[in-house]
Design a binder for this molecule. Structure first.
Ligand code: M6R
Length: 616
């Protein structure tokens, strides 16, 4: 939530900062603002709404040339999304400008203190107090902005990334972080600060991950990182493995369409290098040893939203392949229910962005209770992987559209790899069984590709139902989380009522929702092996149809048993039951994307949402 960019160097700061904001806009789009140092003064421009509004303002009221600047794109927490509450916030004397991501929990107390000192606060934000506190602190520390930042940060509670500039130190940008993300980009004669590397990837791939409670001072030539206490801090450098083109639309109308199309490649990348010569798994990055893995007697998966749905699917595979009991829990609920955890519990935290505060707090809670935490992540350079005992990266590449697509498929695959690795190490499966399942997984990129080739009728279907008031999704077994995911996609993109149910639960209440013409999307598992779940769901389709609802059935090629009861059929290539979510989810993503487009919605940046949820 909220995107932050800072630049100091030789280029025009405004160009770098606005370009960075464009790449970070997925993090929040309630308002945008910039500040630059020019001569001995600061200039700011800010505007409610999307970055485009700010760009119009910059066109009519340009900023002077400057090589030091900061920029912000906001997802509102404290205060309405208007011009006044937009960042940057500036100290009363106009000297210091601040941008912020996170929530300063003790801001009311600090605000009261400032007001008592006669400071005039003009916005409703928690951020503004930092600008005034820095201005008050600065003269006490000889005008040293970095030292003022350290002192102020020690007074702040909550989660925050702060970046500030000072008109009296024109070649300096200072950043600070606690719990919220901030990465440094190391350039030649220029340096960058941003919420994530995509903001500066066009200029450098050399990055530095900032640790917890650290302050960084950037000049064109130097990067100095200290703790909040002023001690030199250890830094962790990394090279970003993708380039700027990966974060572009690449000819697609939207990032979401591009990311849907990238799924075969993304799944292949999740598998790449992890299957050894004998066809068994080698997870070199697994920092948990075999002894520790053999000790595990319970697995708890924690995640939010789409990542939670990936976890729900993984549960079926984990329990089936490893015989270890597995629970899946919404990260936001986890630590408040006093879960039973110990050293033998493996907590698997799934997060694409690695910034989700609910997930971070849940995994911290698990570690405090002595559990081991394995993170399944996509993005590099943040707290969740750093605070985990082991990390498995999905290698999906940057996901820019707010609605998660390729992250979901690759999270499922990564969870499957963890499950198979456990089965391999603990001897729950014979080597040849593991090899066979890994072959099935390796076939999936090609099958997803086939699936993508046949989704045109899904688009037509979405357009046909554009005026539907509601869409229901049902499934059994792994088809149930797929139904949940299909409903979530439709809610967040098409802003319509959509709900996923376990098909067996219909009769226990939701069947009352059925009415003439209501579209119900049914995820049908493979009929092969005379699957009981297949038989049961065919009955469920009939029950739905008997009540006048319209059935849209997702079924395997050649499964004719569903044909008499389906108003529309979407075919998926043949594959084993546990692999089917990797195919059946794809038409649901396309359905939601097309429906949103037909309704004229912004597919990449749906209303009220942000890609990274960095507040609880
Ligand atoms: O970055 P994370 O995987 O931790 O994000 C979790 C959810 O916020 C995310 O999956 C969200 O539900 C998506 N926007 C759904 O499309």
């Amino acid at each position: 939530m909220c995107g932050i960019v800072g630049y100091v160097g030789e280029k025009q700061a405004l160009t770098v900062v606005v370009e960075g904001l464009r790449r970070l806009e997925y993090r929040g789009y309630d308002s945008a603002g910039v500040a630059v140092v020019c001569g001995d003064r600061l200039e700011t421009r800010k505007k409610a709404g999307k970055l485009a509004n700010l760009e119009v303002l910059l066109g009519s009221d340009p900023l002077p040339a400057s090589t030091t600047g900061i920029g912000h794109t906001r997802w509102a927490t404290h205060g309405a999304p208007n011009d006044v509450n937009a960042h940057p916030h500036v100290s009363e004397d106009g000297r210091i400008a601040v941008i912020h991501n996170g929530i300063i929990e003790n801001f009311a107390e600090l605000r009261a203190e400032l007001a008592a000192d006669g400071v005039l606060l003009t916005s409703e934000t928690d951020t503004e107090v930092v600008a005034h506190l820095l201005a008050a602190q600065s003269p006490l520390v000889g005008g040293d902005l970095a030292e003022a930042m350290r002192q102020v940060c020690r007074r702040l509670e909550g989660a925050f990334t702060l970046v500030a500039i000072d008109s009296e130190q024109p070649n300096l940008v200072v950043g600070a972080r606690r719990n919220s993300p901030l990465v440094v980009g190391r350039g030649e004669g220029e340096n960058f600060l941003a919420s994530d590397v995509s903001a500066f990837i066009a200029y450098t791939r050399e990055a530095i991950e900032l640790g917890q409670d650290q302050v960084v001072a950037l000049t064109p030539e130097s990067i100095v990182v200290t703790t909040f206490d002023g001690e030199p801090a250890e830094i962790s450098e990394f090279t970003v493995t993708w380039d700027a083109s990966a974060a572009e639309k690449g000819g697609y109308d939207t990032f979401m369409l591009k990311e849907i199309a990238e799924q075969p490649r993304a799944v292949a990348d999740t598998l790449r290098g992890r299957i050894g010569r004998e066809g068994l798994l080698q997870l070199d990055e697994m920092r948990l040893g075999d002894v520790e893995l053999r000790e595990i007697d319970k697995i708890i998966i924690i995640a939010c939203g789409t990542a939670y749905h990936a976890g729900l699917i993984a549960k079926y595979a984990i329990e089936h392949w490893t015989r270890i009991p597995c629970e899946v829990e919404l990260a936001s609920e986890f630590r408040y229910r006093d879960p039973i955890l110990d050293r033998q519990t493996l907590v698997v935290a799934i997060s694409q962005s690695v910034e989700t505060m609910d997930t971070l707090m849940a995994m911290r809670h698990a570690r405090e209770q002595g559990s081991r935490v394995l993170a399944i992540c996509n993005t590099q350079g943040s707290t969740i992987p750093r605070e985990s005992d082991a990390v498995l990266y999905t290698h999906a590449g940057p996901e820019v559209a707010v609605a998660s697509t390729k992250a979901f498929l690759t999270q499922v695959v990564a969870c499957y790899l963890v499950a198979l690795y456990l089965a391999q190490v603990r001897g729950n499966k014979f080597g040849d069984e593991i090899v066979a399942i890994l072959r099935q997984l390796s076939d999936m990129p090609q099958k997803i590709d086939l699936m993508l080739d046949t989704v045109e009728p899904v688009r037509e279907l979405a357009r046909a139902f554009v005026h539907a008031r509601s869409v229901l999704f049902i499934g059994r077994h792994v088809g149930y989380p797929v139904a949940l995911e299909g409903a979530l996609k439709l809610k967040e993109l098409a802003y319509m009522h959509a709900e996923g149910f376990a098909a067996g639960e219909l009769k226990h209440g939701p069947i009352a929702l059925l009415e003439e013409g209501l579209p119900v999307i049914v995820v049908v598992p493979s009929p092969r092996g005379r699957s009981v779940i297949h038989e049961k769901i065919v009955s469920n389709i009939q029950e739905v149809r008997a009540r006048g609802a319209l059935t849209i059935v997702i079924a395997e090629e050649g499964d004719e048993s569903v044909t008499p009861y389906a108003d529309h059929i979407i075919r998926v290539p043949e594959c084993p039951t546990l692999m089917q979510p990797l195919l059946a989810t794809v038409p649901l993503q396309v359905f939601a994307c097309e429906m949103a487009t037909a309704k004229g919605h912004d597919v990449d940046q749906p209303r009220n949402l942000a890609k990274s949820v960095t507040v609880e």
